[in-house]
Design a protein around this ligand. Sequence first.
Ligand SMILES: Cc1cc2nc3c(=O)[nH]c(=O)nc-3n(C[C@H](O)[C@H](O)[C@H](O)COP(=O)(O)O)c2cc1C
Length: 318
Amino acid sequence: MMDWTDTHCRVFHRLLAPHARLYTEMVHANAVILGDRSRLLAMDPGEHPVALQLGGSEPELLGQAARIGAEHGFDEINLNCGCPSDRVQAGRFGACLMREPALVAESVAAMVARCDVPVTVKCRLGVDDDHEWERFVAFIDTVAQAGCRMFVVHARNAWLQGLSPKENREVPPLRYDWAYRLKLERPQLQVIVNGGIATQEEATAHLAHTDGAMLGRAAYHDPYLLHRLDVAWFGGELRSRGELLRALRPYVESQLESGVYLKHITRHLLGLFAGERGGRAFRQVLSEGAHKPGADWSLVEQALAVTESFAGERADAA
Ligand SMILES: Cc1cc2nc3c(=O)[nH]c(=O)nc-3n(C[C@H](O)[C@H](O)[C@H](O)COP(=O)(O)O)c2cc1C
């Protein structure tokens, strides 16, 4: 997710959810080819499995970018066919590609030919007021024939006129049944459902119908949910928020040593105590202190101490 799932965020989420598949922010193929790769493709070895999401619609460039991404160590290359922003539409990529299945197929084929990791697609159900199942499934079939075996389906349409990207994540109605039907009718494909999944119960219920569930906003705003899901689905001991956070210390300290500012990491931690007593104090201590010169791990300890004093033992309880 743009501006959210950078490498620091992903390292934190990996600690919380050892089995989750993590996704980068969307990076345009041109930027991968011409831009500062050490920044755009920054990835910590502890992040795996992690997918690089590409934006673009020129098969040759996407093929090159996919190769570079795979050489960089990404475990999957994902093509964005879901972003509705004006900028992205103007560049003829993102959600408007739902109208161009042949071009997406050509792009996927070019990517598959150039890299040895799975190439996947994240898409919507359709664009604007196109609610035809046949067109959706024709898009999927065309792209699948080019070598894509896994689709992440953000289960609503993208409205390309008149809605902001934020509204496009809320206003068009969710229709999970289309993702379920896709899995039913195309069992050979992996179908991951996305959109509006807010709780452990909701995420788990989707598994009866699909191969997986992708969480965006809920995972970011309430990252402990990722931990609860990981334990529920894959087993293991539920660890406390404080224990999980302290496990991030070596990473934070090595990043500080290499010149990263604390605030660039702590901004992703703010939701860790979401909904808990002391959660607001945790956010406040981090938000107010992390931008100050010399801010270091002791600020995180301070935030934890304040939070735990509010909540007593309960701050660490599940
Ligand atoms: C800040 C923000 C940035 C996003 N950036 C991307 C992106 O780069 N690529 C993408 O496929 N989706 C992006 N999305 C959409 C999410 O991946 C997801 O499809 C959408 O929010 C619906 O899922 P959710 O209800 O679980 O958040 C973004 C969403 C948000 C809130």
